[in-house]
Every structure is written in structure tokens, then in C-alpha cells.
Design a protein around this ligand. Structure first.
Ligand code: IVH
Length: 668
């Protein structure tokens, strides 16, 4: 590969990997399997080694993905939380062993532990008592989730009896049992909420909830795997873990001390299928050098210890018959091919459908109808087709052809150069696109209209009552009551919620319009620069790109949105309904009561969410901050406020204001 090509590829890979890190650690919505992620990371690692001139401290090969959300107070880890080198092959495992044996002359013992698939946690004990629990974060600092972790029954609050050492850090994996995950998803689906993709996402999502009372209902568990202290009881990892088990922590029964790499490999193969009958998901085996002295001798790379490696089991595959291919249109108009399969059992559940991503993927697989295909459930995300068994290919099997017209509205599809997906351009009249925009419009962070879920929107749309979100404001009670499932009371609630939404601030209205590339933050920036929608409509590309953080892509999307007369008509109707399209209306209302004040929010609140309080603070001229310092004016203190914030506030004499007092202060 040429130098310039390598540079481009390195940049692309870095960007892609950062996006996947965000989806995995922050959004808990991975879109690729761990295996695919590791392939990309490996490619980047190789390129950086081959072209060291492009190495960068900030590369995903050098740091671990971050789970920090800014909803919690952050704490620095006394010992950084590193990740592990990965391998999928026995040969690489043997190479790992050879490297170790080469640098350590005496015999080496390994500890094998199943790699439980959850969210990692670091728990700090002082005087034998649980002081604080912190997520991995970016490896150096993480979110303080102590209150949530304290709801987990298998984590002792206090070690009883004599403990040596009494100050230590213990690390482990927070897990959700598969049975609890299934139940939770069933409940979520009934309530119209998106299900979690797998128990790992459910566990890490739960750990980041702001209300520990809900966390307590989710039956989380914790399996510990690492004890750290200046004064450890034993000079080897295995005995330290057994000691932690005696203190009351949960250590997996499966851990095993091995005398050679052959024993390690035997451990790995003995658990390959046995692990599936455990109540928790596991995705591999962690192999660690047992002796702490040898560990010290081997040391660390920037990202992981040289004395440990994770062997990952490959995602399970099954062979089945491709019956047909359906084409789904998403909210953005993107068309995704979906394979209908002869039902087949895979990783404990029956698979009937699999995603095919896009036309390129179909071409790459050279897929024919009735083919025998291999399906894989990578990281338990949506299953996908990874290959075709050509020995079963029948001459009469017809190739799968990508459709040329939208299956929902019949419009010819388009494919932009450089993009993988086909799109339906019928932005205004294609049903799934319209419904998607309405769902976005009413969502919590946009107009926050309660009582309208996906199903009710379907109902309103199918009954010709709402074809555009501006139609919501023309709805009358006598139109809603006769609809299936909607009684007088819920109809009245929906209408009240729609009416109340006219008070939504301008920046959120801008976000609610669903202009491509205009997310929450961009909407706020725009609202700050263009005080009314009329100013924004008049703005050209140059004026828009002059605004900090607005590039040509966002600018041209805004200009093209406002050049469409249908969109202008929607805005006219929303204006007529009383919706705010200028920021003046916002600033006159509350005045600048919190001007120059720096406020820290902590705890759980009754009346509004933390996000809403943040917004109220900003709208009143105040500044939000996540940590208590001398410059904090006061703390808005809810229930279960973080212990450490409380201590810091007392130490610095920062006042704490209760929720009702705060609302009085801002005249609410
Ligand atoms: S040891 C320096 N042991 O896997 C040692 N990690 O990719 C680092 N994990 O973030 C960790 N089971 O969340 C270790 N028995 C185990 C583990 C384990 C699961 C997770 C852990 C870590 C990730 C490393």
C-alpha cells in the first residue's frame, strides 16, 4: 500500500472505530459484532506498525473506548483500567506463551477464567467498607455509580471479620442473567420501548440509570476477577481471588490453575459449548500469568498487560435455506434487504430472519434464492448471512436482485456515489419515512409529547388523521375517541400533551423538525445564532458555515430543507398552532435569574429529569458543571445525592438547594 493510501485508510479506520466505541460503550447499541470490531482494530494496528510516521497518541489502538456519559460524577482510577489483547486462534495463544516463556526463565503457571460479557466495574474498599464504585470510563477515570452498585446483592457493603488488607480495589464484571434479560425485554416491548440487543447492553444500560430503585429491580450480579492493593494477601493471582471469595465476593467456580499452555487450550475447548448452559453470557477465556512477580516483570503496553490475553470464541454459525428476500424502508428512507430463512436454532434461539445490509453485500455473497446459507449471530446482534454453501447451489436458483422501486410507495430508488445504501427519495409521501419523522418530532428530547407511541402514530396515520407532524395540532377529540384502543381519557391526555408542547423552546423545535444532520447540539448552536426561524430561512451557505461548528454538510442540508415549499408550509402551520420559532420568547419568560451562577446537579428528582433541569439552568442564564469546586455557586440536590459530592460541598461550604426551593428560585 502507498503511503498516501495508508494515511487515508488509517484515518478512516480511526473514525470508524471511534464511532463503534461510542455505540458500544455509551449508547449500548453496537452495530457490529466484537469479531468484526477486532478485525478493524487489527487492520489499524498493522498499518500503524507499518507506517509509524502516522502513529498517534489518540488512536483507538492506544486507548480504550470510553463509557463516560456526563450524568455522573467522575473519579480517577488509582490503577488505570486497561483492556486485554485479543485472539481468536490457538496459534496466537501459543505465540503468547512463547513470548512469556522466552522472557521468564522459571516455570510459568496460568490462570484460566471464563470471560463474562457485561460491564466492567472497579470497587474501592476502605477499612473493609465499600467506598465507591466506578465504571471503566476511558480507562483513567470513570463514572461514579456507587448507589447503583450497592443494589447488587453479591457485592458486600462491608467485609465482616478480619480482612487483610482492609484498603483494596476489586474489579469485576457486572452481569445480567439471561433469564432476567428475556423478562426485561418482554416488558420493554409491551411498554413500546426498544428492546436491549443483548444482556451486556442491558447490564451496562442499567448500571447507568439515574434511579437506583429501578436498578434494584433488575437483579444484576457481579463476578470479580481482579484484586488490587499495596498489600495483597498472596503473591499470586489465583490465591488472591480465592481469598476475595472468602470475603464474600462472587468468583466463578470455573477458574482453573494451569501448568502449561496445553492445559490452557484444553480448558478453552472444554468450555466451548459447556458455557452455553451457564446463566450468563460468556464470550471467551481470559488467560493470566499467575505469579505477581512474573506479571511485574512482563509489564504493560500502552493499552493492556503483557501477562494476560483474551481468547475469544468465534460467533456461532448455522446453515439454513434462504427462502426469500424482503426490503425494508427505514425512517431516513434507507432500504435494507432482509433475508427470510428456514427457521434454524442458533445460540439458544430460533432464527428466521437475517440482515443483508445492502446491495453490495448481496453481490459480494453472490446470493441466489433457495441457497444454503451460513448465518452468524455476532455478539448476539441481529443475525446476518456470512456465506453461501455453493455445493448446494442448484442451477435453477435465481440470483437475488435488488429492487429498483420503493416497496412502500413505488418511487424509483436512488443510490448516491460513495454511499452503500439505496434510498427512497420520496421524503414527503413515503409512509415509513413520514411515520419516522412524526416519531422523532414527538420524542422526549424534541417536543416531548406524552401518550403518543409508535402504535398510536400508526393508528393516526392509517386513519388518515396525521400525514405530517403539523397535523397533530389540528386533531380533535371526536376524531380520536372512536379509534381502536383509545378511550376518552387517553384521547384527552394526548390532546393536552400536544397543546402543552407549543411551549417547547425554539432550539428543541428546530431539532424536532428532523432536518438531516441537525442533532440536538447543532440545533442549540443554530438557535443561538439565528434568533428566529425567518433569519435562518434567509441564511445562505456562507452565512451558515460562518458559524462555529457548522460545516458545509450541515449548511447545505439546512438550505435544501428550507428550499422545499412543503417544509415551509409545515412551518407556517406550526407557527399558526402557536409553536415558538424564535428565541426571544424564551429569554423574556424566565429572565436571567441564574446569570453568572455555576450549578452542579446531583441525585434523583421528582418533577423534572436531570436533562430538563440542565436545560432550565441554561435557559435562566446559569452554567452547568459536573464536579463540585470552589467556583460552584450551589448544588441542586435531589434524593440519593452522591456521597462524595456531599462531602466535598460541606468541605468547601457550597450550599445545597432542594428541588422545590430551586423551582421557587426560578419562579416555577
Ligand atoms: S482481566 C488487566 N478477567 O474483559 C486485566 N477481564 O477486554 C484486565 N472481562 O474490561 C481485565 N472477564 O471487563 C479480566 N476474567 C476476566 C474478565 C475480564 C471479563 C472483561 C473486563 C475487561 C475486558 C478486557
Amino acid at each position: 500500500m502507498k503511503r498516501s493510501e495508508a494515511k487515508d485508510r488509517i484515518e478512516t479506520l480511526r473514525k470508524e472505530l471511534e464511532e463503534h466505541n461510542n455505540r458500544y460503550y455509551v449508547l449500548n447499541q453496537p452495530s457490529i459484532s466484537d469479531f468484526e470490531y477486532d478485525i478493524l482494530l487489527n487492520e489499524l494496528d498493522n498499518l500503524e506498525k507499518k507506517f509509524p510516521e502516522f502513529a498517534s497518541e489518540n488512536s483507538p489502538t492506544r486507548h480504550v473506548g470510553s463509557d463516560i456519559t456526563n450524568e455522573f460524577e467522575q473519579f480517577e482510577h488509582t490503577y488505570p483500567m486497561l483492556s486485554l489483547g485479543n485472539t481468536y486462534s490457538e496459534q496466537e495463544l501459543r505465540e503468547f506463551d512463547s513470548r512469556i516463556v522466552r522472557s521468564i526463565t522459571e516455570p510459568v503457571e496460568y490462570v484460566c477464567e471464563l470471560k463474562f460479557d457485561g460491564a466492567s466495574i472497579s470497587i474501592i474498599y476502605e477499612d473493609g467498607a465499600l467506598l465507591r464504585a466506578v465504571t471503566r470510563g476511558d480507562g483513567n477515570k470513570g463514572d461514579d455509580v456507587t448507589l447503583n452498585v450497592k443494589t447488587i446483592k453479591s457485592i458486600p457493603w462491608k467485609i465482616t471479620g478480619k480482612v487483610k488488607p482492609s484498603d483494596f480495589v476489586i474489579r469485576g464484571e457486572i452481569l445480567m442473567p439471561r433469564a432476567v434479560f428475556d423478562r426485561l425485554n418482554e416488558e420493554r416491548q409491551k411498554a413500546g420501548l426498544a428492546p436491549f440487543a443483548n444482556p451486556r447492553n442491558a447490564a451496562s444500560g442499567t448500571l447507568k440509570l439515574l434511579d437506583p430503585r429501578i436498578v434494584a429491580t433488575r437483579s444484576l450480579d457481579c463476578m470479580v476477577y481482579f484484586l488490587l492493593s499495596e498489600d495483597l494477601p498472596f503473591n499470586n493471582h489465583y490465591e488472591n481471588l480465592l481469598e476475595a471469595a472468602r470475603w464474600g465476593f462472587k468468583v466463578a467456580d470455573s477458574i482453573r490453575l494451569c501448568k502449561s499452555i496445553d492445559e490452557v487450550i484444553q480448558f478453552i475447548s472444554s468450555w466451548e459449548s459447556a458455557r452455553k448452559s451457564l446463566p450468563y453470557d460468556t464470550d471467551g477465556v481470559v488467560v493470566k500469568v499467575n505469579s505477581l512477580r512474573q506479571q511485574q516483570e512482563l509489564g504493560f503496553t500502552a493499552k493492556s498487560p503483557r501477562w494476560a490475553i483474551a481468547y475469544k470464541y468465534k460467533a456461532e454459525e448455522a446453515a439454513t435455506r434462504l427462502l426469500s428476500v424482503a426490503f425494508q424502508v427505514g425512517r431516513t428512507g434507507a432500504v435494507t434487504p432482509v433475508a427470510n430463512l428456514e427457521p434454524v436454532l442458533l445460540s439458544g434461539s430460533t432464527v428466521k430472519r437475517a440482515t443483508l445490509h445492502n446491495a453490495d453485500q448481496i453481490a459480494l455473497l453472490d446470493l441466489h434464492l433457495n441457497d444454503m446459507v451460513f448465518v452468524e449471530k455476532g455478539g448476539e446482534i441481529i443475525p446476518k448471512i456470512v456465506g453461501v454453501d455453493h455445493s448446494y447451489r442448484n442451477e435453477s436458483n435465481k440470483p437475488v436482485v435488488f429492487i429498483s422501486n420503493c416497496p412502500e410507495c413505488g418511487t424509483p430508488l436512488i443510490k448516491n456515489e460513495g454511499e452503500a445504501n439505496h434510498f427512497c427519495p420520496n421524503y414527503l409521501h413515503c409512509p415509513p419515512q413520514i411515520k419516522g419523522r412524526i416519531e422523532h418530532f414527538i420524542s422526549r428530547k424534541a417536543m416531548d409529547i406524552d401518550g403518543l407511541g409508535e402504535e398510536t402514530i400508526d393508528l393516526l396515520f392509517n386513519n388518515n388523521l396525521v400525514k405530517n407532524f403539523s397535523d397533530l395540532y389540528d386533531l380533535r377529540i371526536e376524531q380520536l375517541v372512536p379509534l381502536e384502543r383509545l378511550g376518552q381519557k387517553s384521547a384527552a391526555n394526548i390532546l393536552k400533551s400536544i397543546r402543552d408542547s407549543v411551549n417547547t423552546p425554539y432550539s428543541r423545535v428546530l431539532f424536532a423538525l428532523g432536518i438531516r444532520h441537525v442533532g440536538e447540539t447543532v440545533a442549540k448552536t443554530i438557535a443561538g445564532q439565528f434568533k428566529s426561524i425567518d433569519d435562518l430561512i434567509k441564511a445562505g451557505i456562507e452565512q451558515l458555515t460562518g458559524v462555529y461548528e457548522i460545516g458545509p454538510k450541515i449548511a447545505s442540508s439546512i438550505v435544501s430543507y428550507f428550499s422545499d415549499p412543503d417544509n415551509l408550509d409545515t412551518i407556517r402551520r406550526l407557527k399558526a398552532a402557536g409553536i415558538k420559532f424564535s428565541s426571544n420568547e424564551e429569554s423574556i419568560k424566565p429572565g436571567n435569574l441564574l446569570d453568572g451562577k455555576t450549578i452542579v446537579i446531583s441525585g434523583v428528582f421528582e418533577k423534572y429529569s436531570r436533562d430538563e433541569y440542565k436545560e432550565l439552568i441554561e435557559r435562566n442564564g446559569g452554567k452547568n458543571s459536573s464536579s463540585v469546586s470552589r467556583s460552584t455557586t450551589f448544588i441542586l440536590a435531589g434524593d440519593n445525592m452522591g456521597q462524595s459530592k456531599k462531602e466535598k460541598a460541606t468541605e468547601l461550604g457550597v450550599p445545597m438547594i432542594s428541588e422545590p426551593d430551586f423551582l421557587k428560585l426560578i419562579g416555577k
